[in-house]
Every structure is written in structure tokens, then in C-alpha cells.
Design a binder for this molecule. Sequence first.
Ligand code: PLP
Length: 400
Amino acid sequence: MSTSLDQPLFDTFNRVNLKFVSGKGPWLLTENNERYLDFTSGIAVNAFGHAHPYLVNVLKRQAEKLWHVSNVFEIEEQTRLAERLCANSFAEKVFFANSGAEAIECAIKTARRYHYCNQQPERVEIITLDGAFHGRTLATLAAGGQQKYLEGCGPKALGFTTVPFADLEALKSAITNKTAALLIEPIQGEGGVRIVPNKIMQAYRDICTQTEILLVLDEVQTGFGRTGKLFAHEWSGVTPDILCAAKGIGAGFPLSACLATRNAAHGMTAGIHGTTFGGNPLAMTVGNAVLDLILAPDFFSHVNKIAKQLKDGLEALVTRYFNVVSKVRGYGLLAGLQCVVPNKQVIDFARGEKLLTVAAGSNVVRILPPLNIEEADLANGLERLETALAKISKSQIGTH
Ligand SMILES: *Cc1c(COP(=O)(O)O)cnc(C)c1O
């Protein structure tokens, strides 16, 4: 690992000493020609693995035509992607940006403007859940409420309150006449793959409707097929007023979106919000191509079939190596393994078997294969994971 003395980058990441130079599907190749199986997918970003031929071709063709024009002009691919997202979701309006945090910022402004334009300018407070992660800008950090990320970054942005996870009474008593919205992840990704149960999600929706606050879903990690539907909230049958998508939406091209009902977006009038890069022709063309793949017949049935294989495989590992891992979490291809040993040890040992996984809060290891992974590659990954767990398990027994 490099230190600040000999490398030019901000020291904000503890980097692993591995350099990847190319990829194909779920595989990554290092500079030394070693093959790694990638069950991080760039943290739920590379939804179709690496170098997907269709996406590569679409990007190449667009790169030769037009990269960027300002949003002061009409961008056909942008309108088309918005129309298609609306046709396939609860939404009627879309704003495109470049990152998850930017989409959340847009959602926060949209919720506040909604009340402002409804003659309730005092409604500015956003309620979020304990353990949440909504991004790294100053407002989204305040929304996440995690002290370790806020420390030393100056005054915490005002207007955010955090309540305990899945605690309806706590939410009800936190709502006041200053509340604008409830902002939640259907499954907390960074927070440890914690699922909001369907019943609780339905109760959240009811409470929001009754108290006339907006339900904002952060589907930055759960969206775009990760859970086996276009958006995770579809499993619960409830619809939000506003939704943020990013990560998988561009399959590796930086792109995000804030989706809303016409009513929820009515305060977002000309000049209130903007972006230089968001929604440019290159990003939008890739976004449309990603959607082509996601909306293809049988895509979701493939994801759900693989998800079952993954869940069954992980459950078997938990039974066999209960002194290392204790529980399977998650939904679809957003899976987590609750660890008994430090999660870092599991990740390190898996990497020793050339399998890449990623940490989450509450001592969880996240397993995020590409959505189009084949059964054989998934089985291969589960075998590598088993080898890693077996090695840790053995060393555990040795210490007792
Ligand atoms: C990754 C993530 C974000 C932040 O996205 P960035 O693109 O890093 O700004 C926000 N919310 C959730 C749920 C995420 O997983």
C-alpha cells in the first residue's frame, strides 16, 4: 500500500495492491496476466460485467458522432431515456446527473421545492434511517448522518434527522410540520445489506401519505435490476414520489437519475436546478443501451435464477463454515454474508483465491456479481469462496 510520501493521489482510499488492465464479463485481468473473478462489479456498477460487446459498440459509435452539448439544447437521447424510464416505472419526470450523490441532492431539492410551491416553505426537514448511506457531498453526508464521515468537515448541513431502522413509532414521532420527506434505501447497501421488510415499506408509504410528506427512495445501489426487478421497491408493491438511481444505470459510464411523479416534481421550475455534464449525448446513449439489455425478454428471469443459485450456495456455505460466516443477507444479486470473523479476513482470503468481494457495515461481506453472469461462473465463484472459508475455518479451529 502506498503512503502519502510516494504517491500523488489524495490518501482517501486504502487501496489494494492490484492493477487491472482489462476485463471480460465477470473476469478482470491484472498487469501480470492473473485472472480474478469480479463479484464486486465496481460496487454494483458494472451490471453487465466488463467490456460488454453491445455497450462497447454503442459507445464507440456515439463517440464518433457527438459527446457533449449543453442542456440548453434539446438532447434526443436524453428525452428518449426519460420516456423509457417513465414507461417502465412509477415516474413521470426525470432529471439526469452524473453520480449517486448528485441524484440525491436533486431529490432533496425536489422535495423541499414541492412543499415550498405548495405554500408550506417551513417543510424542509428530511428524515433518514440509522445506518444509511446517501453519498459524500455535504448534504448527502448529513443525510446519512454517520459521524465518522462528517468529522472535521465543518458544520453539518441542517435539515436532516435520523431515526432507527424499521421503527415505525420512532418515525411517527419524528415527523413534524417541518418535515418534507422520508429518504430511505429499500436495502441498505453500505450499511450492511439490511432489507426494509415489505410490510415496513408499505407502512412507510402509508405514514408518508397520511402526513403529506414525500417518500424518496435511494435506489442508487438497489436499482437497475440488482434485486431482480428494475427497482427494488417493486417487490413491496409501493411506489415512491421520488427515486434516485445511479450505479448500475450506466453499467460503468458515470450517469445518474432522479425520477419523480409529475406532482412531486412540480416545484422544479426553470433555473432552479442544473448540471453541466448531466444527460449529455454520450452518457444518454450508453444509458439507453443499458436499458435495452435490461428490458430484453428473459433478463429478469435470468437474474432471479442466478440469484437463487447464489442464495442456495451461500446458505450451504453458512451451514458448513458457521465458525466463519453466520447468515446470508440481501436480495437478488445484492447479497451479503454476515461474518463471525472480521469481514476483512474473509475478503482477503477470497482475494487470495482470486475472487473479489467488498465490505459493508455491520461486519458483512457484499457479493455483487454482474447481473448477466452465467451459472458456471457463479458456481466457480462459490467454489473459490468455499476454499477461502475453509482455510479460515481451519485456522479458527486451530486457535480453540
Ligand atoms: C453509492 C451510493 C450512493 C452515492 O453514490 P456516488 O455515485 O458515490 O455519489 C448513494 N446512495 C447509495 C445507496 C449508494 O449505494
